[in-house]
Design a protein around this ligand. Structure first.
Ligand code: AMP
Ligand code: MN
Ligand code: MN
Ligand code: MN
Length: 282
């Protein structure tokens, strides 16, 4: 019913913002956050579609961050899409993506895989270029059966197609989100290859910078990780969020409307969002 992480074709999803909203409605979602990577461009269309269908749209974004040489994703919920500083910060993050994609194409060329940059660009059309667009190219060329399998052999550190990139700092991402009225959520913590000591450091720093919640139930966590990250949330006094991270048919970890409930020891990130209480009570 509540899905606080999803993508449209403004970033690397397959559906347009209004198609995504329609898909969410058809799968029983009543509160949806659109959280495109580094881009607020889908929110206006999504908001109109949500109003038509009588569901609640949360203005969201998923910001790419570099922390201790690792890439992390920070979801901002209830951000103000008209906030100039947020818009400028995201534009700066996006601007590095084109050259990075060119380098990714060259890296694949070196492994004998040709035409990746051109193909990824055509999948992306006007949207930002992401590794997911390259993953779709590799699947279509038969290099792997689905994006999940692609990311084992390509596009990750040490593999063909991977290019180091410096994203936004954790501090800037949290500042931008919080100063635009939003709450900051650490996305899919179980996906980062971070040992316990560094996870503790990260959560400490995240909280100190004003971070509010971590994703506990997400499409890319296992059931054991729901329990594990619920404990981390409790330990740090952070709230818990949930979202499918839906990207589209065949390229998602999980469909929409299939999220299990948050573990009972979690405080939901929407706890003090009155409009959601009203909706849930209805
Ligand atoms: P980028 O922001 O360009 O590095 O692209 C990252 C995107 O690739 C993520 O948002 C996911 O959509 C996708 N992705 C990364 N790792 C995986 C994975 N292991 N399985 C499926 N999709 C992945
Ligand atoms: Mn993505
Ligand atoms: Mn992510
Ligand atoms: Mn995502």
């Amino acid at each position: 019913m509540i899905d606080l992480h999803s993508h449209s074709n403004i970033s690397d999803g397959l559906l347009s913002p209004s198609e995504l909203v329609e898909h969410a409605v058809n799968n029983g979602v009543r509160v949806l956050a659109l959280t495109d990577h580094d881009d607020l461009g889908g929110l206006t269309e999504a908001r109109q579609a949500a109003a038509q269908h009588g569901i609640r749209l949360i203005n969201g974004v998923e910001i790419s961050v570099t922390w201790k040489k690792r890439t992390l994703h920070i979801v901002g919920l209830n951000v103000d899409p008209d906030n100039a500083a947020l818009q400028a910060g995201l534009a700066a993050v996006r601007s590095g993506r084109l050259e990075r994609a060119r380098q990714m194409g060259l890296s694949l060329e070196k492994s004998g895989i040709h035409g990746g940059f051109e193909a990824a660009s055509s999948y992306a059309q006007q949207s930002i270029l992401t590794r997911m667009h390259f993953a779709r190219f590799l699947v279509d060329r038969g290099y792997a059966k689905d994006p999940k399998a692609v990311f084992k052999k390509y596009l990750i550190k040490g593999k063909p197609g991977y290019v180091e990139h410096e994203w936004m700092s954790l501090e800037s991402a949290l500042d931008l989100i919080i100063n635009s009225g939003g709450v900051a959520v650490l996305a899919h913590p179980g996906r980062y290859e971070i040992k316990r000591t560094n996870m503790l450091l990260l959560l400490e720093e995240f909280r100190a910078l004003g971070g509010a919640a971590i994703e506990v139930v997400t499409g890319s966590h296992t059931a054991a990780q729901y329990v594990e990250y619920a404990k981390y949330a409790q330990l740090f006094g952070l709230k818990a969020s949930q979202g499918s991270d839906y990207h589209g048919k065949g390229i998602s970890f999980m469909g929409m409307g299939r999220l299990p409930e948050l573990p009972s020891n979690c405080i939901p990130v929407w706890q003090d969002w009155p409009e959601i209480d009203a909706l849930l009570a209805a």
